[in-house]
Write a protein that binds this ligand. Structure first.
Ligand code: MTE
Length: 325
């Protein structure tokens, strides 16, 4: 079962260079003027809902990088989204069956404003921006992605968290009709993730609705996904339907499946090898290189906290990050 797999791959690192792996397979526009009524956050950004629709008037956010971008094609065809299958090409092939509107998110737990919120109501409150982040997968490949979204902290304020909200739990949709991978017990569905409250409230923590200036393709986690750039990619839960503010640390899918391999924190840490492979280097999938060239030739050093240490290292002062991996 899930013990034999890891977030996003059945291919052990030791086999990544095997030639067998080389064989790996590689709208209509609907705009709603967000600012039609004065006072709506997101002024100037067209509120788009259909995959492929371009956002207009996006502002550039902070925390950016001028590193070479991953191509749109690679970022949207080499995906991990086990709800649609375990092969990297499965999400692009099968995620079209996911219906991303109407879409509601249950927000509950230690907050003053619990409820079931429509995604478009939430988007009406938020101001969207573009942020280019490094994205490091636990499988030791990385990408550089221009996300469209907003800081999670800006959303959380609307729900008025209480002092005893210490953690946030997230859950992905569970619907085997729409998500064919859920017809098999590959993971303990629904997919769950969690953050400590201070991690969730760090301005780097992004809720994304788009990529490369357009609405998220389903395979990338439409209509709303988490992006936590200093943590391994599997923390970036897709297609969120529930956000629960808790006093206690929530269970998380990968930690449940293989606790020795995937801890609750999962901060990018070159000094803390995964039990089955090193995390010291990564293969950067970016630029003009083909996906296979990137995966088989380019290895660059992995940075602590994926290079975001100046913004987040202080969250872990006094913690043993070998123990809290
Ligand atoms: N979210 C859900 N619901 N299901 C998943 O299988 N895979 C995770 C994460 N979020 C996953 C998920 C993993 S392992 C990674 S590396 C990233 O999504 C991949 O995001 P990307 O496909 O946009 O690159």
């Amino acid at each position: 079962m899930a013990h034999s797999v890891r977030p996003g791959s059945e291919i052990p690192e030791s086999q990544v260079t095997s030639p067998a792996v080389c064989a790996e397979r590689r709208r209509f526009l609907k705009f709603t003027a967000a600012a039609a009524a004065g006072g709506i956050a997101g002024v100037g950004v067209a509120r788009a809902t259909q995959a492929g629709t371009k956002f207009t008037g996006l502002k550039k956010g902070g925390f950016t990088t001028d590193e070479e971008l991953t191509s749109f094609e690679d970022a949207t065809s080499y995906n991990n989204f086990y709800e649609f299958g375990t092969d990297k090409s499965d999400p692009a092939e099968y995620a079209h069956t996911l219906k991303t509107r109407p879409w509601t998110i249950v927000v509950e737990g230690e907050i003053d404003k619990p409820g079931t919120y429509d995604i478009d109501e939430i988007l009406g409150w938020m101001s969207l921006e573009e942020r280019i982040y490094r994205f490091r997968c636990v499988e030791a490949w990385s990408m550089v992605i221009p996300w469209v979204g907003f800081s999670m902290s800006d959303l959380v304020k609307h729900f008025r968290p209480r002092a005893n909200a210490k953690y946030v739990e997230f859950e992905t949709l569970q619907d085997p009709e729409q998500m064919r991978g859920q017809r098999y017990p590959i993971l303990n569905w629904p997919y769950r993730e969690g953050l400590r409250m201070d991690e969730a409230m760090n301005p780097l923590t992004l809720l994304a609705v788009g990529i490369y200036g357009e609405v998220l393709p389903n395979q990338n986690g439409a209509p709303l996904r988490l992006v936590v750039p200093w943590k391994y990619g599997f923390k970036s839960i897709k297609s969120i339907v529930r956000i629960n503010f808790r006093e206690t640390q929530p269970p998380t899918t990968w930690n449940d499946s293989a606790p020795r391999e995937y801890g609750f924190y999962s901060n990018v840490n070159p000094d803390r090898p995964h039990p089955r492979w090193s995390q010291a280097k990564e293969r950067r999938i970016a630029g003009e290189r083909t996906l296979m060239e990137s995966l088989f030739t380019t290895r660059i050093p992995t940075l602590p906290f994926n290079g975001y240490g100046e913004h987040v290292a202080s969250l872990y002062t006094g913690m043993d990050l070998q123990k809290h991996y």
